[in-house]
Design a protein around this ligand. Structure first.
Ligand code: FE2
Length: 308
């Protein structure tokens, strides 16, 4: 698929909602106050439940301070900062997915979504990068496309900054050159292996704020970054495959990622027709196969029988 085809498909999608476009392949949208309030409350509830605390902490600063103070004893956080949903947090996690689905529903793009990558990631990044994580295959601090870690290259990255120092601890995006090639989006053994590709990209002036959603075509690249003096932040990220008028051969994903897809109908129906079940206890870990696989034990169950 040429860059032009990607831009056409992205334009069609972004024309459905109010957006600013810092690049042809990136869109920023402001949630309504009610949608943001619903999402942030659900996220605070999930984050609180993940701590060994019986109370729900609705003050985001206080909550982040607790995470930083208790960091070494929180076993559900991966080296990349992902707060992995487990058996004891699944109810709150489903609540959060439901709130996220409402954010997407407000964009009016449901018919353009082929499938979602699940489970969506809730991430906490401390003010300083973890040195040992930077030596792994897929640290989110290295510039990358999520397709390099096995996701379909026909996807769109979705990023939502939630709490904390989202100004200095954030995700930055890069746009492709005109000679972009689809081949650049094939899975790679590590993000570092894409260095020669990344060097051809140009940084885009986009800093998403709390209450905004960023959508970026997979032909763009991104990375987590920290400016000097940065403190911790929490954000959500996931991806979906965008329906395109001219396809590049359909949805192609790494075999390890095949069980990480759901239809938009399932995502919309979380809490009503479907439910995400996580079988692992707090202390049980899933091998992420060097970042190629989601580190959770997700099963999706139907809550009501399928219509005859
Ligand atoms: Fe990423």
């Amino acid at each position: 698929m040429s860059l032009e085809n990607r831009i056409t498909a992205f334009d069609t999608m972004a024309s459905r909602f109010k957006a600013t476009r810092p690049s042809k392949l990136i869109a920023l949208h402001d949630m309504t106050p009610a949608t943001w309030s619903n999402l942030s409350s659900a996220a605070l509830t999930y984050l609180s439940r993940n701590l060994d605390s019986v109370e729900t902490i609705l003050d985001d600063k206080m909550l982040l301070d607790r995470y930083v103070a208790q960091w070494d004893s929180i076993v559900t956080i991966t080296p990349n900062g992902m707060i992995v949903p487990k058996r004891h947090t699944m109810l709150e996690y489903n609540l959060l997915v439901r709130a996220f689905a409402k954010v997407i529903s407000a964009l009016g793009i449901g018919d353009l979504i082929v499938s979602w990558h699940v489970p969506l990631n809730v991430r906490i990044k401390r003010g300083l990068a973890c040195e040992s994580n930077l030596k792994r295959h897929h640290p989110t601090e290295h510039i990358h496309s999520d397709s390099w870690a096995g996701e379909s290259s026909e996807s769109v990255t979705v990023h939502l900054p939630l709490f904390g120092d989202t100004e200095r601890n954030c995700v930055v995006f890069f746009e492709p050159p005109r000679n972009f090639e689809e081949d650049w989006l094939k899975p790679l053994p590590s993000y570092i292996a894409g260095k020669a590709i990344a060097e051809q990209y140009k940084e885009v002036d986009v800093r998403a704020k709390k209450g905004q959603v960023v959508l970026a075509d997979f032909s763009t690249l991104h990375r987590s970054t920290r400016l000097s003096g940065a403190a911790a932040r929490v954000s959500i990220d996931t991806t979906f495959v965008l329906r395109k008028p001219v396809s590049n051969g359909g949805e192609r994903i790494h075999p390890w990622r095949e069980n990480e897809r759901v239809s938009p109908e399932v995502l919309d129906g979380i809490g009503e027709t479907h439910f995400f079940v996580f079988t692992n206890t707090k202390d049980q870990q899933v091998d992420s196969a060097g970042g190629f696989k989601h580190p959770s034990s997700l099963q999706i169950i139907r809550l009501i029988p399928e219509a005859a």
